[in-house]
Design a protein around this ligand. Structure first.
Ligand code: PMV
Length: 325
């Protein structure tokens, strides 16, 4: 068996996934829509080696142990089950973005791992099957498998909960200017956070209204209607944070500078600059805008007190196999 190397991009959700109907299978409480981010990527090589007593995981040059190793081994077990392979594997993974930058790497990591592991095991999975496999490692990883603008249909079971491209990466020239506000690791990671979502009285309302937001967002993307896109993206992010802030225990991810950026972005838009914000399970603010506005947005973001850095990415492609170097 030959080693295989795969590359996948992280994605930023325009309509968020928060809460699972089934924690083990990572079946989401609602569907979601995201955009892959080019420039940022995880590159992962998997080689099954009969001589290894355990799976061995190296992330950014350092050996990783529990809990990262356990999560990776669980996904490899799914591949081993499908193929009858019993050998353990060496997994070498690298992110080209700083791991301390507060940018979640689990989506790109599990999408790249699903692809590299299945190829190394000589398993030829369809995009849909790959997306389902990636989902088992991290829900949002299901969305890093297809190209460009991606929708993850919640589905009703393991079989029909997968993501697909609604438009390729060339469809709409958007950028994500990520205002780095905190580089520290999240206090509560998303796996734990999803489990708390149902304790907020607002989660049921957020979930019930999700099909409407998805419809508006999908149609805004297909029509390249930035105004419609901006207002639904901000509403959806605020709704997720309302759930987070009202769960028990409460999760507060925003810092003062996060709020300052959100406020500024709303003002810029009123002043005619096309930009909107969205925030994941952390303090950093993703500012989405047409590619031609990205430079201006980045300049303005850097002037806001508390913004340490700005990383800019455009719309990225699908997860793919790459040649060994
Ligand atoms: O895939 P996870 O378990 O890391 O969850 C991602 C959760 C959010 O980033 C907050 C929202 C999303 O849809 O990406």
């Amino acid at each position: 068996m030959h080693p295989s190397t795969a590359l996948a991009h992280p994605n930023i959700a325009a309509i968020k996934y928060w809460g699972n109907r089934d924690e083990a299978l990572r079946l989401p409480a609602n569907g979601s829509i995201s955009i892959n981010l080019d420039r940022l990527f995880t590159r992962t090589t998997v080689s099954f080696q009969p001589s290894l007593p355990f799976d061995e995981l190296i992330i950014n040059g350092h050996e990783a142990t529990w809990p990262a190793l356990e999560r990776v081994s669980l996904m490899l077990d799914l591949v081993r089950e499908k193929t009858g392979i019993t050998a353990r594997a060496e997994i070498v993974s690298e992110n080209n973005f700083p791991s301390g930058a507060g940018i979640a790497s689990s989506a790109s990591a599990f999408a790249a791992l699903a692809l590299a592991a299945s190829k190394a095991a000589e398993l030829d999975l369809s995009e849909r099957e790959l997306s389902r496999l990636a989902r088992r490692g991290s829900g949002s990883a299901a969305r890093s498998v297809p190209d460009g603008f991606v929708e993850w249909q919640m589905g009703s079971s393991d079989e029909d909960s997968f993501a697909y491209s609604i438009a390729g990466h060339g469809h709409w020239a958007l950028s994500d200017c990520i205002a780095i506000i905190s580089s520290s690791h999240k206090k509560t990671g998303s796996t734990e956070g999803h489990a708390l979502a149902g304790s907020s009285p607002f989660q049921a309302a957020r979930v019930e209204d999700a099909p409407r937001r998805i419809e508006i967002c999908r149609s805004a993307i297909l029509k390249r209607d930035f105004e419609a896109f901006a207002s639904i993206v901000e509403l959806d992010s605020d709704m997720m944070h309302a759930v987070m802030m009202t769960s028990q225990p409460a999760l507060h991810y925003w810092l003062a500078a996060s709020l300052a950026v959100m406020q500024a972005v709303r003002e810029w838009r009123e002043g005619g600059l096309s930009a909107c914000y969205t925030v994941d399970a952390g303090a950093n603010v993703h500012v989405l805008c047409p590619e031609k506005e990205a430079e201006e947005v980045a300049i303005r973001l850097r002037k806001i007190s508390g913004v340490k850095d700005v990383l800019t990415a455009n719309v990225g492609g699908a997860a793919r196999i790459v040649e060994e170097e």
